[in-house]
Design a protein around this ligand. Sequence first.
Ligand code: SF4
Length: 179
Amino acid sequence: MKNREELESLFEKHGYTDFKWMEPKDIIVSQWVRLKCTFGCPEYGRNASCPPNVPSVSECRQFFDEYSTAVTFHFKKTFEKPEDRHAWSRGVNQALLKLERELFLGGYRKAFMLTMDSCSICADCPGARGECKSPKLARPTPESMAVDVYATVRQYGYPIEVLRDYSEQMNRYAFLMIE
Ligand code: SF4
């Protein structure tokens, strides 16, 4: 197994320089996050990696408690054309999975990436986990695992605000669970 410095070199090799180590116990899981997914998000029931295709809130807490180490990766971006954000998110998510794969093959059997944005590999997602067209690559986001991303990353000094329009800078976060 690598030490933290070696892992940081690996992250940098994959192009990630803006990240912070986290204590899994600091990852804040809240019922209200699941309610926000259930009521108000157009992806509920339409994305096979989002609620209700994910563990219960208490199972999410259990999942995070089974790890000794976590990392958050910060992505900031502003778009001139809002529609460009989908292709950008897809590329970021796919690159993150390559890092997860390398860690897994390097002996971190529990390596699991919670992607920066909801899975958008397929143009027409069937919306049901069992019907996912690319099950090896689909991952949930921290939010779909009931994480209060705002409160969690602010503990580490990272910026995150509710955006009022697409001209404002987005601050997005992926979480990597490692052990
Ligand atoms: S891989 Fe495709 S089918 Fe599976 S969750 Fe992602 S978009 Fe949906």
